[in-house]
Design a protein around this ligand. Sequence first.
Ligand code: EPZ
Length: 434
Amino acid sequence: MDAFTIEGGRRLEGTTRINGSKNAALPLMAAALLTSEPVILRDVPDLADITNMKKLLDTLGCEVIESEKNAEPSLTLCARDQSQSHAHYDIVRTMRAGICVLGPMLARRGIARVSLPGGCAIGERPIDLHLRGLAALGAQISLDGGDVVATVPPQGLRGTTIFLGGPFGSTVLGTANVMSAAALAKGTSIIESAACEPEIVDLANLLNAMGARITGAGTPRITIEGVKSLHGATHIVIPDRIEAGTMMCAAAITNGSLTITNTPLDAMLAVTDRLVDLGVHIDILDNKDPMRATCRISSERILRPIRVTTQPHPGFPTDLQAQVMALLSIAEGNSIVTERIFPERFLHVAELGRMGAQLHRQGATVVVTGVRELHGAPVMASDLRASASLVIAALAARGTTVINRVYHIDRGYERLEHRLASLGAAITRTEGSA
Ligand code: EPZ
């Protein structure tokens, strides 16, 4: 398994472009199962999770066509063959997001068999809300051999009002599954306590381009007027707000100066609010399209302590909790980080501790006591965002850090070592170490 070796202490400088969003692209790709016509997606990032979704769609009879080398990069998905409706464990266990084929497949094919995702490093991740929403539309749901088996009754799926809120608030992929299924149900559905994430808005925009009638995406109440069928469409994936936030933290921790293009600032107000409070400067250079802005990131030499609490969108995203914690580990004074979405999502705490960070966890809260500097050490990647926080810490640490199992990072960041090296970081990938 590959590892990253990072010599810390280099300022990041230069310009980098934000890629299309992983968490938008995955449900967008699954939506291709709702029609037998081609769905063309542009700016799909080149990531391990995307590769797995392509494999999954291929097993479900969806043709996956990459554009020619010299043509504008695009991905064409065409689900003509509907004979296979079983999403197997061997793929779904590698990528939980595989669950988002459930709603589209059920609605279009009348049957869907999807492996239950199983355990996750960031904590408990049940799918009860997904199943509750699909059952409310009339689906018959059963569990068999570790799979969810969902079928549509003879009279078809029927629109209805569904409350989709759970103990930690809304569910992103649950909203995606139910909204996609309701698009082909008879009558009108209302999803109350729907996820408001920009990725849900992006999915609703694609579905509407395919002929669906969805309003209210981006708010807690989404209304879907079911239609008989959906057609093909072309869609550009929104930029990745989590990647953008990660690059902002990386620039700030090295006291660097980074110009970031294709930045979805309009989807990051909770993030920029917190970063500015702790001493990061975000100078907007071009905001004609606030979802594709250009900004320059720099920071004060001494960062200030802050409080951060993760919440569903538009609150501070849980997927940036670990990265901002790495940044706060060298801020002056005590910061407080509270995780409200995945209360156990702290595997990075012990690893950052190995690099000299002073972190005191009590339940879902960590008190971060800033230190003057971090130091390099061998550390272990555990999940996607925890690994990104170790890279950020290593960029500032004195000496050498070796991050093992970076396959976690490849799931969500495209060739990260090349990107950071092009911005001045001393980072290399070693293949096949422990
Ligand atoms: C999406 O996961 C993202 N993944 C996650 O990003 C992100 O952390 C999460 O949303 C929250 O923002 C993708 O988009 C592919 P949820 P999802 O359902 O949809 C509980 C990354 O790093 N819940 O919104 O699976 C759940 O346990 C990944 O890119 C139920 O109780 O998350 C959690 O506490 C990691 N029952 C909360 O809701 C359910 O049926 C939010 O989970 C579903 C969820």
